[in-house]
Design a binder for this molecule. Structure first.
Ligand code: AMP
Ligand code: MG
Length: 274
């Protein structure tokens, strides 16, 4: 199989809006024709593409662009930010991690903290977890009554549509790993002193709820993949493929904006500087 790139790869990863979809049929070890060496060869090229695209976004104050990263513990949200998004100039890029809500956040509606972190024109905002936790962990642990969380899928679609209608491009990624890969990664966190800081004993209790989390993801991915804000399932057992796939999809989305450098602010095309 010829390695898939750009729009062709994106089509494979996309959760087709309005179509039936089964998360359990998605293979976390799929690589769409790529091998590790081949992927390494395009890594630098993709970094340069992302760098140049983001510079044009910032210069033209176009967009903005919102990238949502979701996935179970150890799926690779942090690693994706480190490896892929490091191509972006920190000027014009924000990263927001959504942890358990604070007392102040809980005193507001669940989208309050999310809306505040959305990107301004010219910027890229990356969400490490997101408002989807409010239909994932919240649903799995009954943190609010069912009557409250079941309304949130439509509310989230409305919220995202409102953002896109006002100019934001939204790209959402679910980093899909297998239970066995998670076991190995959790073990590595415990065994490696440099990684231990990431491990919480609570992660083991969450791991026992794997099936409940996957059921919650199934519903969120199916109901909230829209033309305005589509979900992509990224096979993430292999970190090199995950990095390649996210970079390809983000670059493809940015290229779709047809970003150009703006002319000089005061219309000057030539001048002699003495
Ligand atoms: P980590 O990403 O490992 O730093 O962990 C963040 C934790 O915050 C995860 O266990 C999430 O499930 C949790 N979290 C994020 N958003 C929410 C939310 N809205 N309600 C409850 N827990 C949340
Ligand atoms: Mg964690």
């Amino acid at each position: 199989m010829k390695p898939l790139r750009g729009a062709a790869l994106r089509r494979e990863l996309l959760v087709q809006p309005g179509k039936p979809f089964k998360l359990t049929s998605c293979d976390p070890a799929e690589t769409y024709g790529w091998d590790k060496d081949g992927a390494a060869a395009v890594l630098d090229e993709n970094s340069r593409r992302l760098e140049s695209l983001q510079e044009r976004l910032w210069a033209s104050k176009a967009g903005p662009v919102l990238i949502v990263l979701q996935g179970i513990d150890t799926a690779g949200k942090d690693g994706t930010i480190r490896h892929v998004m490091s191509a972006f100039n920190p000027q014009g890029c924000t990263v927001t991690g959504f942890d358990e809500p604070t007392a102040e956040e809980l005193a507001h509606d669940y989208l309050w903290r999310v809306h505040r972190a959305t990107p301004a024109k010219g910027s890229v905002a990356i969400f490490n977890r997101s408002h989807y936790e409010d239909v994932l962990v919240v649903r799995v642990h009954d943190l609010v009554p069912k009557s409250a969380w079941r309304k949130r899928y439509d509310q989230i679609n409305d919220f995202e549509r409102q953002l896109t209608e006002n100019g934001t491009t939204i790209v959402k990624f679910f980093l899909n790993i297998s239970p066995d890969e998670q076991r190995q990664r959790l073990q590595a966190r415990i065994d490696t002193p440099d990684k231990r800081w990431k491990f919480k004993t609570g992660d083991l209790a969450e791991r026992k709820l794997w099936d409940q989390y996957m059921a919650a993801y199934q519903v969120a991915l199916e109901r909230c993949s829209t033309d305005a804000a589509p979900w992509h399932i990224v096979p993430s057992d292999r970190k090199w493929f995950r990095n390649l796939a996210v970079a390809e999809v983000v670059a493809n989305a940015l290229e779709g904006l047809r970003l150009k450098y703006p002319p000089s602010a005061d219309g000057i095309e030539s001048i002699v500087v003495e």
